[in-house]
Design a protein around this ligand. Structure first.
Ligand code: 0CG
Ligand code: SF4
Length: 316
């Protein structure tokens, strides 16, 4: 039987960002340095494959510090943690390594700096996401107010409209955030903030590549996890940019083949926490069913790298 032709537009950049790369290295190096088990508070990055692999190597994943013994090292995930977490670890005299992405830490510092100047903070983010909990947790209760949508901006109850600053989650939709920032600036003309928002380079670049592909492809597959904010945003961006079918897949087994019947152009990308191995798995599965032509669509080049904390660079 002849296979139907399909052009696969492969997004570049896609997959691992510098913060994810660093966080995974931190866990691996900690296990090497201190031996197993090394505890990790929350999924180090939002990917089951990565987590299972590290578990195999000796990591134990827990949600709270209360689930860790005092006498084993603990790593905090790339998404960041409220101030209370390292405080508690210090109180218990635990060995801990913070794998918070430096671009998330930068937002933490921004929030603290604004607060020190007497400003109340409005955070644009998703309720319940660990990064939002971590960033809001840099300051006492009530000092950071959350808005998720343009509608929220209309009702947010601030202390003093003249004394405000905003920060954002790093993995938001660039387009949605433009609208929310505009609504904040319209309602609170004195609000301070970053030049645009705090969305990171990786989130921005992956969304750009998806938009460029959506012009040619009827369908988009995003390799990533359901709890991965940046991956889910890529699915939305593809739909909005014109892909009539856009699906989040954790593994090749998740592909809905019926939805791809008649498709002649498909985009493939991966969230910042999804390993390239899983992208290859998806491409191989497409190859089995289609006569595939692969075109890479590169909209940016990335050369960001973050060092692991010094304690892990030291021998022994
Ligand atoms: O995109 P979010 O913030 O949900 O995180 P994920 O682990 O998927 O990727 C980047 C990081 C940290
Ligand atoms: Fe850092 Fe951005 Fe990667 Fe999050 S998605 S870990 S903020 S580089």
């Amino acid at each position: 039987m002849t296979k139907p032709p399909l052009t696969l537009y492969l997004a570049a950049p896609r997959g691992f960002c510098a913060g994810v790369d660093r966080a995974i290295k931190i866990v691996e190096m900690a296990i090497e340095k201190w031996g197993a088990p090394v505890y990790v508070r929350h999924e180090i990055v939002h990917n089951k494959y990565v987590v299972d692999d590290l578990r195999e190597k000796g990591a134990v994943f827990v949600e709270e510090l209360t689930d860790c013994p005092d006498d084993r090292p603990v790593i905090f995930s790339a998404h960041g943690v409220p101030k209370s977490v390292p405080e508690e670890a210090t109180r218990r005299q635990m060995v801990f390594v913070d794998a918070t992405c430096p671009l998330v830490s930068k937002v933490h510092i921004e929030a603290e700096r604004h607060s020190a100047q007497g400003l109340q903070i409005i955070m644009i983010g998703h309720a319940g996401h660990p990064e939002t909990i971590g960033t809001m947790g840099q300051l006492p209760e009530g000092e950071v107010l959350l808005v998720e949508t343009v509608e929220d901006v209309a009702t947010v109850a601030v202390r003093d409209p003249e004394k405000l600053a905003f920060v954002t989650q790093t993995t938001l939709s660039v387009d949605d955030t433009i609208d929310i920032v505009a609504a904040l600036q319209a309602r609170f003309p004195a609000i301070r903030g970053p030049h645009k928002e705090d969305i990171c380079y990786a989130t921005t670049n992956r969304q750009e590549a998806v938009k460029a592909i959506a012009a040619h492809a009827q369908a988009m597959l995003v390799v990533g996890a359901p709890n991965s904010s940046n991956s889910r945003r890529l699915v939305e961006v593809a739909s909005r940019a014109g892909c009539s079918y856009s699906q989040l897949v954790q593994r090749a087994g998740d592909i809905d083949w019926r939805a791809l019947e008649g498709v002649t152009g498909i985009g493939v990308t991966a969230g910042a926490s999804a390993p390239e191995l899983l992208v290859e798995e998806v491409i191989d599965a497409l190859k089995e069913r289609f006569d595939l032509t692969i075109e890479e669509v590169e909209t940016a080049q990335e050369n960001v790298e973050f060092k692991v904390p010094r304690v892990l660079r030291q021998a022994g």
